[in-house]
Design a protein around this ligand. Sequence first.
Ligand code: GAR
Length: 210
Amino acid sequence: MIKVKIGAIASGSGSNFEAIVKSTENGILKDKAIVEVLICNKAGAYCMERAKNHNIPSVLIESNKHKGNREEFDAKFIEVLDKYECELIILAGYMRFVSAMFINHFKGNVMNIHPSLLPSFKGMHAHRDVLDYGVKVTGCTVHFVDPHEDHGPIIMQKCVKVYDNDTEDTLGPRVLEWEHKVFPKCIELYCDKRLHIEGRIVKIDGEVKL
Ligand code: GAR
C-alpha cells in the first residue's frame, strides 16, 4: 500500500500532532500514512520539539512577522507542503484560518480538530465557553476544512461528560485524550478511502470503531 503523505500544521503544544505521528510509527496508521513535515507559525512552540524527537522535519513560518495578506501567507505554507509532496493536510491545533486558495490547492483534503461538539462552541476558547454555558456534554470534532471558522463537513465526533466541578484544567485534558484517538481514526478512514463527501455530509463506508 502506498502511504498517504501528511503535512501537519500546528501553533502550540502539538500533542495531537504527536499522537498522529505515533500512530504512523506504531499504531493504526502504520503502513497507511507518513507525516512528512510539520509547519509551525509560533516561535518557541513545543510542537517543534516533538517533531525533532520523532525525526520529522519542521519549518517555522511566523505569522506575527508576516505583513501581507492571507493568501500570500498561505502560499509560503503551500511551497513547503508541495516540496514534501503532501496529499493530506492536518491542522493540529493551528489557531488561524486558512484561505479558500489553500483548501482548493489540496483539493479539500484538509482536516481540523476542534475541542467541542460543533457547531457549538466554535473559536479559540471552547472549554471556557462550554463551562460558562453550563452544557452537560461536550467533546471533540474532526472535520474537513472550509473557508469558514470550525464549519466544514464533520467526519467524526466523540462525546465527553462535563462535571459540576470541572475547570478548563480538568475538562481540557479529558477531551484531549479523545482527540488523540479520534484524529488518527479519521486519518485512517481517509487512507482507506472510506470517506465520501456529499454536500456537507460525510458518509463513511462500514462501521467505525474507535
Ligand atoms: C486541541 O485541543 C485542539 O482541539 C485545539 O487546540 C488544542 C491543541 O492542542 N484546537 C482548536 O481550538 C482549534 N480551533 P495540541 O497542540 O496539544 O494538539
